[in-house]
Design a protein. Structure first.
Length: 82
């Protein structure tokens, strides 16, 4: 699954989702050699540095529904459903 993230400065980053749980996401940024971990704190996704980000888009290749991969899909601000 691919995610498009937006930071507080409005920069958009394309990432590949490697692992997900209710409060943590592990992603790899396009062109990066290291993995980034995102945490959900108080309903907001943040980098390890504390910088808040928003998840702008979640895309798949069409073979799987998003809810079958990640039962509770989160957007900036909280769950879409649980």
């Amino acid at each position: 699954m691919h995610l498009i993230l937006s930071d507080s400065a409005g920069r958009r980053v394309e990432t590949l989702l490697l692992a997900a749980s209710k409060y943590r996401l592990r992603v790899m940024q396009k062109g990066a050699s290291d993995i980034t971990e995102l945490r959900q704190e108080f309903g907001q996704w943040t980098f390890d540095s504390g910088e808040q980000i928003e998840i702008e888009a979640i895309t798949t290749d069409g073979a799987y529904a998003v809810d079958s991969i990640m039962p509770a899909t989160f957007a900036a601000g909280g769950p879409i459903y649980e």
